[in-house]
Structures are given as structure tokens and as C-alpha cells.
Design a protein around this ligand. Structure first.
Ligand code: GLN
Length: 535
């Protein structure tokens, strides 16, 4: 097989890699009519669904390419569980969306199919040019923003659903780690990978994830899917679906029950939102800072309490993430060797005859052709930090930071982390030398954290990855999203319009940004309920 150059003849926004022949929701044929909770549940509502192209689909028109030359013609023999689950809930697939190769990137520019772009909201400024759609689920975000899909599936390892949502002005939800099945999702970094969803409203996501019972479904085919027993344990406290419903019902008593829509948002009375001080960095776009303050005031106005909190390990989270994720990626990508499946370089280099050298040629030629530059960079990084001389300084330290990040969160949340209950108190000996030891550990108290999703609005495509830009510049966009990923916590990005922002002092030119709400582990139902108040 030879490499094609599929980037030709793509549409301007370039957000789809392949499209389903029919895209009308009425033509969908859900595979099951399973009852998703309530007795006598109505037949599923139809909706259009776009699927990120690192999630397996079986239709002949929809290969699963991961935007990689390695898999540009790959057809999966099985369907990802999440796709099956959503089809059972009325989803009609409209196509597979463009991404950064294997999910590695923040602008959806590292794709074998060319970069994704988004149309600026206000075409009145011709100088605006093409904007970054964020990454790596940029294609999914644009499909939702343009209305071509009601819902889109993405994957969020370090922010890949939340960042595109913020840049394109849609809602992006990353669930608790282990909640939604990853069977059929091509792994990037297994200890961080989650399947996330994008839609134009929080309500649409809440209906799908919470009301339809998706969050309760264990998948035996996914070893990281939380077991039924663990789900029961997690849901026995305030993180529970029933608690959430009791709150809804209490609130709705006496109200007209004729409304056919799903329950309203939770009352915010008594709910505490923490403002993590470390997120107020100097590089934060002033317009986003203003929107963040305005949202906090709005919540206060609705009866919530706003308190400042400190998450001191946050400043090390980004570096820890960019050690852990590439390390896991380098291991995951080892299987793309030209032998087992996917691309194979020209056949004159066979691995079998003359031992290592010729085999090495097949591997290196295939991998040289089959991976893009960013993926190669991650493989080199990951192989280095896992090597014996570097392991202690990088990988081991990063794991320690990861534990500290998680403890920071556990300390500020009023709810216990159901996965780590009964774990010992904070132990100073866990602190690596490199971590500051300021004692900012206040009492645990908040229900949710409110912070920006990213430090800037969407930059121009021509400004990312161009001259004078290092790969690290793109990594910086993930500074606010990786902490929740490292801790496995649920987080949702809701869109806010950033008014009166100029590009001065930032590279951003879009006028949409995201505000992020982070909840304690398995508190996804309440998180989505309160997010509606912010949206
Ligand atoms: N931008 C981050 C990275 O490149 C996050 C990617 C993701 O969440 N898939 O690793």
C-alpha cells in the first residue's frame, strides 16, 4: 500500500475525514430498543452524531484513520461501545471528524488530512482569517458549531474535548475517568484517556449522559470501565443519580409538572464554587478573566457561594502531563511496526531474512512514513523519559506530581473521592524536591471549581506552529485542562462570549472562550446540572 495524499479536495473547514452516505436522522436505525431506566421510556429521540476518527465505526464509508498515514485506509471489524450505546439512544452517524493524529495536539493541525479550521463568528473583520478549532477533537467541535451534528464524540486525554469546545463556542464534557466505555477507542495515554461529548447545550449532554443512564453502564470489554460494584459504591453518596433526582424533585414540587422537558438546573443555594487562585496566571487573556469574574458574580447572584481556593501543585501539572502522556503513547504506538496492520513500507525490506538490520529497515521506514512529526516527537520524548537513565528524573517525578495534583483536588472538595476513601492524610515525604512546600492547605469545602478552560481565545491558524513557534507553545494551551485529567475528574467547558477583546497581548482573535467547571470524582450528574446555570 502506498501513501495517498488525502488532504486534497477537502472542504474549507476540513472538519470531516469521511461522511456517512445518509445523514438524515430519520434514516437512523438504532440497533436495540433497550430500556434505559424509567419504565415505559419513550422511544429514543433521533439526533445526528459526528464521531472523532479515533473511535471505531464499521460502516464501509467510515474508516477509522486516527488522522494518521498509518491507518488512512483502516476499517475496524468492530464498533466502539460508545457508538453502539449512542445509536441505541437514537444517534444517526453523519461522519468521522478530523483530529490531531492519534489525539496528539491542541489545534487539530497535526493531521494527515490537513488542518481543521473554524469560520470566525464575525466575518466582518476580513483580517481575522482562519481560526484554530482547538484540538485534538477540533473536527468534532466544528461539526457541532456548524450544526452539522447535534452531538459529537471526542476523546479527552488532557483537554482535547474542552479546548476545542472553548475555541468554537460549544459545550464540551469530559466525564470521570472510567465512566464511559473506551472499547473501540484507539488509545493515546491509557491512564488519562476518556471519551467526551460535545453539543450546543449542556442540557443535550445531560440528557444523554445522565438521564439516559449512559453513566451507569459498565462495559466488560473495557478493562478501565468502572465495575458495577464500584459504580454502586461511587453512587452511594452525594455523587449519586438518586441524590441528584431527589434534589430535582424537591425543587420541582409545586411547580407546574406539565413541562415535557427534562428537569431544570439544580438550585444553587448552598452550593459552593471554588475559584482556584493559581489559575489566575499573568498570561490569562484579560477578556477571559473578566468573563470568569462575571460568571462568578452571576452564580453568587443565583444563590451560590464563591470562595477562593488554592491548588498549589497546579503549576507542575502541565510538565507532569507532558511526561506521562508521551510515555504511555510511546508504548501504545509500538505496535505500529508495518507487520501487524496498517501501513507497510515498500516490500523490498522484509523483516525475516537477514536479521536485525533489514528488519530494522522495515520498521524504521514504515514508522518514518507512517507517523507525522508531532507523533514522532511524542515517541522520542516518551522513549527517553522511560529509559533507564532518565526514568527517575522524569517519569517517577511526574507520577508523584500527579498524586499531589489529585490530593490538591481532594483537599478542596467537600465530597470525598470515592476511589480513594480512607487513604492516609497528606504525607510530606511524598513531595518531590522540585515541588514547592508552601503550606496553603485550607479546609475542604467546595462543591465545584470554576476556572477558564484555556488562557486565550482561539488563535489564528497561521499563528500556530509557524515560524518562531515551538511545540511547547501549543502545549501551553492545555495548562488549565490537564489537572482534572491527571486526577481523573469530570469537567465541562461552557461557552462565554468575550467582548471587547483585542489581540493585543495575546495571539487569540476569536471572540468565544470557555469557562470550565470541575467536580469531584463521579459527581458528573451534579456537575452537568450546575453547568446549565453558568451556560
Ligand atoms: N493537547 C493535549 C496533547 O496533545 C491533549 C490531547 C488530548 O486530550 N487528546 O496531549
Amino acid at each position: 500500500r502506498s501513501l495517498s495524499s488525502p488532504q486534497q479536495q477537502r472542504r474549507l473547514l476540513n472538519h470531516f475525514i469521511s461522511k456517512a452516505p445518509t445523514s438524515h436522522p430519520d434514516e437512523a436505525s438504532p440497533t436495540t430498543t433497550e430500556n434505559n431506566g424509567d419504565n415505559g421510556a419513550p422511544s429514543p429521540r433521533r439526533f445526528t452524531l459526528a464521531v472523532k476518527d479515533n473511535i471505531a465505526t464499521t460502516q464501509s464509508s467510515l474508516p477509522t484513520t486516527c488522522a494518521s498515514p498509518f491507518l488512512s485506509t483502516y476499517h475496524s471489524p468492530f464498533e466502539a461501545t460508545i457508538v453502539t450505546q449512542l445509536r441505541a439512544r437514537g444517534a444517526a452517524l453523519v461522519g468521522k471528524t478530523n483530529l490531531d493524529e492519534f489525539g496528539m495536539g491542541s489545534h487539530s493541525t497535526h493531521s494527515a488530512f490537513g488542518a481543521v479550521s473554524q469560520c470566525p463568528d464575525n466575518d466582518s473583520t476580513p483580517t481575522t482569517g482562519q481560526l484554530s478549532a482547538g484540538g485534538s477533537s477540533g473536527g468534532s467541535a466544528v461539526a457541532v458549531a456548524t450544526g452539522e451534528a447535534d452531538v459529537a464524540l471526542g476523546t479527552d486525554t488532557g483537554g482535547s474535548v474542552r479546548l476545542p469546545a472553548a475555541y468554537t463556542g460549544v459545550v464540551g464534557f469530559k466525564p470521570s475517568y472510567g465512566m464511559l466505555s473506551r472499547h473501540g477507542v484507539v488509545p493515546y495515554a491509557n491512564s488519562l484517556d476518556t471519551v467526551g461529548l460535545l453539543a450546543r447545550s449542556v442540557g443535550a449532554l445531560r440528557e444523554l449522559v445522565v438521564d439516559s443512564g449512559l453513566w451507569a453502564e459498565h462495559d466488560p470489554k473495557d478493562p478501565t470501565s468502572l465495575s458495577a460494584a464500584a459504580r454502586r459504591r461511587c453512587a452511594s453518596g452525594k455523587q449519586s443519580y438518586s441524590y441528584y433526582y431527589k434534589q430535582q424533585n424537591k425543587q420541582q414540587e409545586g411547580e407546574s409538572s406539565s413541562s415535557s422537558s427534562t428537569p431544570n438546573t439544580l438550585s444553587l443555594k448552598g452550593i459552593k464554587f471554588g475559584i482556584p487562585l493559581e489559575y489566575n496566571i499573568a498570561e490569562l487573556d484579560p477578556g477571559i478573566r473578566a468573563a470568569w469574574s462575571a460568571a462568578a458574580s452571576h452564580l453568587q447572584h443565583l444563590g451560590a457561594r464563591i470562595v477562593p481556593v488554592s491548588l498549589p501543585s497546579t503549576r507542575h501539572a502541565l510538565s507532569a502531563y507532558y511526561v506521562i502522556a508521551p510515555a504511555e503513547a510511546s508504548s501504545n504506538l509500538a505496535k505500529y511496526d508495518g507487520v501487524r496492520y496498517g501501513l507497510r513500507a515498500a516490500d523490498n525490506t522484509t523483516p525475516t531474512t537477514q536479521g536485525e538490520n533489514e528488519g530494522g529497515v522495515l520498521y524504521s521506514t514504515t514508522r518514518g512514513l507512517g507517523f507525522g512529526d508531532e507523533v514522532k516527537r511524542r515517541i522520542l520524548l516518551g522513549s527517553y523519559t522511560l529509559s533507564s537513565e532518565a526514568m527517575d528524573n522524569y517519569f517517577v517525578q511526574a507520577q508523584k506530581v500527579r498524586r499531589l495534583v489529585r490530593r490538591d483536588f481532594d483537599r478542596v472538595f467537600a465530597l470525598d473521592n470515592p476511589l480513594h476513601e480512607g487513604e492516609g492524610a497528606f504525607d510530606l515525604s511524598d513531595l518531590p524536591e522540585t515541588v514547592g512546600m508552601e503550606n496553603k492547605f485550607g479546609p475542604a469545602e467546595v462543591d465545584f471549581l470554576l476556572c477558564p478552560t484555556a488562557p486565550t481565545v482561539a488563535p489564528r491558524l497561521e499563528d500556530v506552529g509557524g515560524e518562531g513557534k515551538s511545540a511547547v507553545d501549543a502545549y501551553m494551551n492545555d495548562v488549565f485542562t490537564v489537572p482534572a485529567s491527571l486526577a481523573g475528574l469530570p469537567a465541562v467547558s461552557v461557552p462565554v462570549r468575550v467582548r471587547g477583546v483585542t489581540a493585543e497581548g495575546t495571539e487569540g482573535v476569536g471572540d468565544m472562550a470557555g469557562l470550565q467547571l470541575i467536580g469531584q470524582y463521579w459527581d458528573d450528574a451534579r456537575l452537568l446540572a450546575v453547568a446549565e446555570a453558568v451556560a
